[in-house]
Design a protein. Structure first.
Length: 303
């Protein structure tokens, strides 16, 4: 007599094997589907640490057709290069980054290919003879790109075509793993925590607000920014915080600047700028006494 338990056991084994086979066959299919599903590209995934980003690694000069370009200058928050295109002097800038809402940017028909979650907009508030673009990542962080003519011979259409070429190079650098992060020397002001310096200076107000890359900070009416510049600021100098400084009114602001030779790039200077805004309507000159006081304290604390 056939054992009914044996038949049941064999049946279960067959069913189990079938289910395992189905699972084994479905697993690769599910994995392939997961791998093929595009992941929206965020700025942090694309660019890495904003504080150490080399913006010039995003600029591909070969994208600028028929040009002779100078060596790009990399600051802490942007890359800039002067070039001549079809006999016209131009400047290309990549950066800075921004995360706040900007009502001046608007959509347009960018013809290039973009990663999932990334879009390209037209910047609506740019200097004269400039074309600006904004590369917006999935997390809302924007990277600015602009082309500026050195004279009035270039057309808006031609400038914007060149700007789109630069945008394409940026996106290729991001997707091609060509983004660089150099190690800043110990003496570089690019390593300084701007908000820590400003908060410790005794500036009054609420909480200090850091810029997205960490190289600038605002505390009430006072701000501190670090940058790399080609030339030191001109004008009469005075000693503030044991450093040579220059004071100048700029619209509603009074700005105090001091520099040191760049330890990372020969022939360049690192600049610290303390700015104070006048809210009385009298203009920047009225804010200069407060700017001098703030700068003397801040400059004395910069390593």
């Amino acid at each position: 007599m056939r054992n009914p338990l044996g038949v049941l056991a064999v049946g279960c084994s067959v069913l189990l094997a079938a289910s395992v086979g189905c699972s084994a066959e479905s697993a690769p299919a599910e994995q392939a589907q997961a791998q093929s599903t595009p992941v929206p590209l965020t700025a942090i995934a694309a660019l890495g640490d904003f504080a150490t980003l080399d913006y010039c690694s995003l600029l591909d000069p070969e994208r600028l057709k028929n040009t002779t370009a100078d060596t790009p200058d990399s600051s802490f928050t942007a890359c800039q290069a002067d070039f001549v295109q079809a006999g016209r002097p131009r400047t290309v800038t990549v950066g800075p980054l921004a995360a706040d809402r900007d009502p001046n940017i608007k959509a347009y028909d960018y013809a290039g290919k973009v990663p999932d979650g990334v879009s390209v907009q037209q910047a609506g508030f740019v200097p004269e003879r400039s074309c600006g673009r904004a590369i917006t990542f999935a997390d809302g962080v924007r990277l600015a790109v602009s082309i500026t003519d050195g004279d009035d011979r270039g057309s808006a259409e031609d400038r914007c075509g060149a700007a789109d070429d630069v945008v394409g190079g940026v996106l290729d650098a991001v997707t091609g793993n060509r983004v660089r992060h150099p190690q800043l020397p110990d003496r570089s002001w690019g390593r300084v925590d701007s908000c820590a310096i400003l908060s410790a200076s005794g500036a009054q107000g609420g909480d200090a607000t850091a810029g997205i890359a960490g190289h600038s900070c605002i505390l009430d009416k006072v701000s501190l920014e670090f940058a790399v510049v080609r030339q030191a600021p001109a004008g009469p100098s005075e000693t503030l915080g044991n450093r040579m400084a220059r004071v100048a009114a700029d619209g509603a602001f009074c700005r105090v600047r001091t520099v040191q030779p760049s330890p990372a790039t020969a022939g360049r200077a690192e600049q610290a700028t303390v700015s104070v805004v006048d809210t009385s309507g009298a203009g920047g000159e009225a804010a200069c006494p407060a700017a001098r006081t703030a700068a003397a304290t801040v400059f004395s604390r910069i390593p």
